[in-house]
Design a protein around this ligand. Structure first.
Ligand code: BGC
Length: 768
């Protein structure tokens, strides 16, 4: 690492020590001592996670037989359970009535809120504001821990470049740099600085491997990607999460080139554990150890158990393979005993880190639970994060914002406008539809006196029922303006919700055509879980807001933006294609020998029937104001291995209202030993500027952030020119420059996992 300040680098990737920090000598000794006392059955029991209910019927399986299992030390953890009181009973049995008194771990998918449901993750990623995402995860942890939970299966940090994949809604989109930063933010939010506090919970970085690279965007499908893509694109968020101290990882369901991650020794044991030094818990996904048989890599259950243990999978989620079949694997191969002990120790250390051995009942304070769930300040945060998540895709002729005071009748059209459940997305934890302020209610609440809000459903987003369109059109005709809410019902995105055609569902599109045909002023509010291919809408609707699914405060947040109380400032974390057939489509592609050319008479890397650009590019998002960029400065021409380069630019609000700009820094290595992407995000900052205000935004890069995964599988920084682009989106570059890396070096950190330090300074007026 030559002279480079290693500590600074580790700090920039959010590096904190994991259990080593918590498992001090005394607690490490306690876990070891316990291990010595455990029978084989008790050890196996620690690796077992059972379903205490279903995700939509929590605790429903917690019967007497379960209590008996706990008493017998046959269970290490439950998922799909919740509630300070019911879980207190269960924990008491474990601690007081089992032979060794080892506490249970209670887990749940708290993905974007527990009771206070925040925007779905792809929406929160659209904020491009890690601080907000961390704060949302903090609230989720405060609520979940008050309800007896110790462990969430979040963040989902799979890079997703194919919007056919329904789980794109659960992550941060297509870019590894953005993904890594948002992964760190969520780990920090859930875990805080000290896991043993009663209001923090273990985070799970999931789904380790390349789950998002499923071929054809079909959930659970194989990934077949190059090693370079794996290391440069899919793994960096996991590296960042590991170094940020994520207490657990979950392996992906799918295989990479024929090796299911649940049995991937090279990836899990060698890379994650040995090279990255990860000491946290690795849990399988639901029944994934058993599914090794279906993958065709294990002949029987005992072989599946052996493969997973060898890959260092510590806990078997629900599949009961470790519970029933690991024993026979151990008999066949006594070398596995050592691996079993390691897995048990990692689970005991996790329980130690949570403070469960000393204070097992600290998560079961019923009064705290009551106070914390949906607390007013949690709702407030949900509203502000929802506002920040909204992306203004188009605003022709300044249709938005609507001036409420100039309207007498506003039509709100579209069944999704009154569908509270859809606003919660597919992982709604303990969120309740009746606690959502729907889009319609948001407008009703925000309307000034004298403004009538009238509603028509128009068409059902779940089916082909368009019988309400005529009445909706009549309403639109009678109103001064219309907010048309269309998109995807929540059940069209999420797990196992892949779509081959990612257009706007037919009934929704028909409604839009009819409403827009009236020629009256219409604002389209999209509610959906994935980038959509919507060329007709993009051309014909004058104003489009992408709002995804915004959680309990969806309505107020949307009304705030539509009525101009705040200017939208969200940005797309994944591109919108022009057609389903154009995916995967992402900005950071390689140049190819025949770069795409609009001239169809040339043979280039493009489709014949489509423009080469996305409908809306990565990083895109408009505002009610405008921003000027000026004075790009790069503080040195040549950068040595132990140096950093600072790239600064001045951004000024040149419009007449306050607004947020997301300043984006992209780089390109134009000549290298392997083709490099045409541009790659390496820094961003969302700034708030009042009219006329200017700020100087400075990004500090170090050469390791330009490392590529070399032909020799080393992270290599190659000497030569690096192009720099700063702008308002990947397709709206406002300033360019270059610097040179003067010397080659070898790094040991995935380039996109390293955070770029950003500073912001106000520029005195007249000095920009
Ligand atoms: C999903 C995981 C989830 C688990 C438990 C699986 O089907 O892939 O993301 O954490 O179920 O609910």
């Amino acid at each position: 690492m030559a002279n480079f300040p290693r500590a600074a680098l580790m700090a920039s990737i959010g590096c904190v020590s994991l259990f080593v920090g918590h498992a001090d000598a005394q607690t490490a000794w306690r876990a070891e001592t316990l291990l010595q006392k455990m029978t084989l059955e008790e050890k196996l029991g620690q690796l077992v996670q059972r379903a205490g209910g279903r995700s939509k019927a929590l605790n429903s399986r917690l019967d007497d037989a379960e209590l008996e299992r706990v008493r017998a030390g046959q269970v290490g953890s439950y998922l799909h359970v919740a509630g300070a009181e019911p879980l207190a009973k269960l924990q008491k049995v474990a601690v007081e009535e089992s032979r060794l008194g080892i506490p249970l771990l209670f887990a749940m998918d708290v993905v974007h809120g527990y009771r206070t449901i925040f925007p779905v993750p792809v929406a929160m990623a659209s904020t491009w504001r890690p601080e907000s995402i961390e704060a949302a995860a903090r609230v989720a942890a405060v609520e979940a821990s008050s309800a007896g939970l110790h462990w969430t299966f979040a963040p989902m940090i799979d890079i997703a470049r194919d919007p056919r994949w329904g789980r794109i809604v659960e992550g941060a989109g297509e870019d590894p740099y953005l993904g890594a930063q948002l992964a760190i933010a969520q780990v920090r939010g859930y875990q805080g600085a000290d896991l043993s506090r009663p209001d923090t919970i273990m985070a799970t970085a999931k789904h380790f491997g390349a789950y998002g690279a499923a071929i054809g965007g079909r959930d659970y499908n194989s990934a077949d990607i190059s090693e370079r893509t794996l290391h440069e694109v899919y793994l960096p968020p996991f590296y960042a999460a590991a170094k940020a101290g994520a207490a657990s990882f979950m392996s992906a369901f799918n295989d990479i080139g024929g090796v299911p991650t649940t049995a991937n020794r090279a990836l899990a044991r060698t890379l994650l554990r040995e090279q990255w030094g990860y000491q946290g818990v690795l849990i399988s996904d639901w029944n994934a150890i058993a599914e090794l048989l279906a993958h065709g890599v294990a002949a029987d259950r005992s072989a599946a158990a052996s493969l997973a243990l060898q890959a260092s999978v510590d806990m078997d989620m629900v599949g009961a393979i470790y519970e029933q079949d690991l024993k026979s694997a151990l008999e066949k191969d006594p070398d596995l005993v050592k691996l079993l002990d390691e897995a048990v120790l990692r689970l005991l250390h996790a329980k130690e880190a949570l403070g469960l051995f000393d204070r097992p009942m600290q998560y079961h304070d019923v009064r705290r639970e009551k106070r914390s769930l949906l607390a007013p300040r949690h709702r407030e945060l949900a509203r502000s994060v929802a506002r920040e998540s909204i992306v203004l895709l188009k605003n022709e002729g300044g249709v938005l914002p609507l001036r409420a005071e100039n309207l007498r009748k506003l039509a709100v059209v579209g069944a999704l406008a009154s569908d509270g459940l859809s606003m919660l997305g597919s992982w709604r934890a303990q969120g309740r539809a009746e606690e959502v302020v729907t889009i319609l209610q948001g407008f009703e609440r925000a309307a000034p006196k004298g403004l009538e809000i009238a509603y028509a459903a128009g068409a059902d987003p779940r089916n082909d029922d368009t019988s309400g369109i005529a009445a909706a059109v009549e309403l639109v005709e009678s109103a001064d303006a219309t907010v048309l809410v269309i998109g995807e019902h929540f059940d069209l995105s999420g797990e196992a919700r892949s779509r081959a055609d990612i257009g706007i569902p037919a009934s929704q599109l028909e409604l839009a055509r009819e409403v827009l045909a009236t020629g009256k002023p219409v604002v389209v509010v999209l509610a959906n879980g994935r980038p959509l291919a919507m060329p007709w809408l993009a051309e014909h609707a004058p104003a489009i807001l992408e709002t995804w699914m915004l959680g309990v405060e969806a309505g107020p947040a949307i009304a705030d933006v539509v009525f101009g109380k705040v200017s939208p400032g969200g940005r797309l974390p994944a591109a919108f294609p022009r057609a389903s057939g154009a995916v995967p489509l992402f900005y950071a592609g390689n140049p190819t020998g025949r770069p795409a050319d609009p001239d169809l008479s040339k043979d280039t890397a493009r489709y014949m029937d489509q423009p080469i650009t996305p409908l809306f590019p990565f990083g895109h998002g408009l505002s009610y104001t405008t921003f000027d960029y000026s004075n790009l400065d790069i503080d040195r021409e040549r950068v040595a291995a132990d140096e950093e380069v600072t790239i600064a630019v001045t951004v000024r609000n040149s419009g007449s209202v306050a607004g947020d700009e997301v300043v984006q820094l992209y780089v390109r290595d134009p000549v290298a030993s392997v083709a490099r992407p045409v541009m790659e995000l390496r820094g961003f900052k969302r700034v708030t500027l009042s009219p006329g205000e200017a700020q100087r935004v400075s990004f500090r890069l170090n050469p390791r952030q330009l490392a590529l995964f070399g032909l020799d599988r080393q992270w290599r920084v190659e000497p030569g020119r690096i192009d720099v682009m700063i702008g308002s989106s990947s397709a709206d570059i406002r300033a360019t420059g270059a610097f040179e890396i003067s010397k080659a070096l070898v790094s040991d950190v995935p380039a996109t996992a390293i955070a770029t330090a950003v500073t912001v300074e106000r520029v005195a007026s007249g000095h920009e």
